[in-house]
Design a protein around this ligand. Sequence first.
Ligand SMILES: N[C@@H](CCC(=O)N[C@@H](CS)C(=O)NCC(=O)O)C(=O)O
Length: 280
Amino acid sequence: MSTAKITPSATALSTTIKHITLHPRPTRALFSTRITRPGIGRRLGSLGVAMCSKASDPLEVCAKESLTTPNRLGDCPFTQRVLLTLEEKHLPYDLKLIDLKNKPEWFLKISPEGKVPLLKLDEKWIPDSDVITQALEEKFPEPPLATRPDRASVGSKIFSTFIGFLKSKDPSDGTEQALLSELGAFNNYLEDNGPFINGEAVSAADLSLGPKLYHLEIALAHYKKWSIPPSLTYLNSYIKVCHNVHWKFLYEAFFMSSTFKSLFHLTMIAFFFSMLVIHV
Ligand SMILES: N[C@@H](CCC(=O)N[C@@H](CS)C(=O)NCC(=O)O)C(=O)O
């Protein structure tokens, strides 16, 4: 089993911000992350070792492997949501990268649906990012990330309307309008209640939505030459903050270079291509 220890730049979003001004907490924990790709037998370069803020052993997470680059994290927004939650809670984790085009037997045994992410908690593998993040909140309540119940569904229709527009072949079928309407409503919500969904501090709902907005921007720019209207200023600020903070750690943790960034975009395009094939 190959393992690499890497040192992500612990840029968790446990941050109180006013729109795009960041005031990171001074007490950032260091954490350790390892990438493991079972069955490959190839050792990744050691990229550094970090201390862990909690005395727990690293949690095991099955994550999507890049479709284009072996031993690299892929572009699954559900996996990213789980990783961001672990980051926010300063929990160390081991990544087991799964090649979804060639799923290993052991993975199919623990994930009959064949989906990532999976997290091992108390010796049990848990599927589904909703269930995983809820379980993490219960087992590791600090720092709390729960979204206020009356706000938990804010922005929750954005992803499905985005996929509807992405799949649409008819420019007048109303899917673009539906997406604009969801994005506009979210922009207005942020204006009145932001900068985050819970208000001043990041919560689970942002960690779910942030990666999806990132995918939305890249996929719609690529497939539809479409971008979020600049007039949605609160939304654009929110995305900027999420990307700067969320994605910085993913970029820095795994890939630093601009070569990576183009590869990442390629794998993301491959992700959306597979999504179109699956859903059409
Ligand atoms: N509802 C699940 C969705 C997970 C999901 O769809 N993951 C995709 C990757 S982004 C997957 O594993 N697909 C299986 C495949 O591509 O074979 C969650 O929230 O975790």
